[in-house]
Ligand binder design. Sequence first.
Ligand code: ADP
Ligand code: MG
Length: 199
Amino acid sequence: MLDAEFFRRWMTATATSVDREAQRLTDLDSPIGDADHGSNLQRGFVAVAATLEKEGPDTPGAVLTTAGRQLISTVGGASGPLYGTLLRRTGKALGDAGEVSQEQLADALQAGVDAVMALGGAAPGDKTMIDALVPAVDALGESFGAAKAAAEEGAAATTPLQARKGRASYLGERSIGHQDPGATSASLLIGALLEAAGE
Ligand code: ADP
Ligand code: MG
């Protein structure tokens, strides 16, 4: 079972890997965006880590709703409200249970990803974070490792796609040939589950 401590580790592991990969995320956002994705998420997850420390939410659901709220209020770019919605909706779906199963987490994340698609209007294949999140959630029933691999594959598979949502879509065909920054950061978020589990 996964307790609040696990979810706190998930968020701090995400903060650490976003910090480590910030330059790469910003570099990916240069040719098809405005070169701020790394700094956007860095700012957001620093705030998430600080707030979790200060407020000490004590259920899995509360950890994620608190983190999502912080992302929405600190990240200006498109990714802030989208990731914020992902975590808030996932947290809400977990309710106020003190511990949840991996299967419950998979179901809750599915609800979170559905909310991101409803908010942003992106479907799989539109070259967004959705292209990493959807296969990751599908693989989560298997294992955290499978989810991480699926997210990374999904992110890599955005390279040949033409963007149909977000800033990159303004480039039309010129968005082809670049990996999507948001799909890349989504693979960091999913990969951090494995670290939180200590696997
Ligand atoms: P901005 O585009 O406002 O500068 P960021 O650079 O932080 O915001 O985030 C860009 C990423 O957000 C993209 O790479 C893409 O994955 C994701 N994104 C943008 N718009 C959407 C959308 N409508 N639905 C899902 N993801 C989106
Ligand atoms: Mg950007």
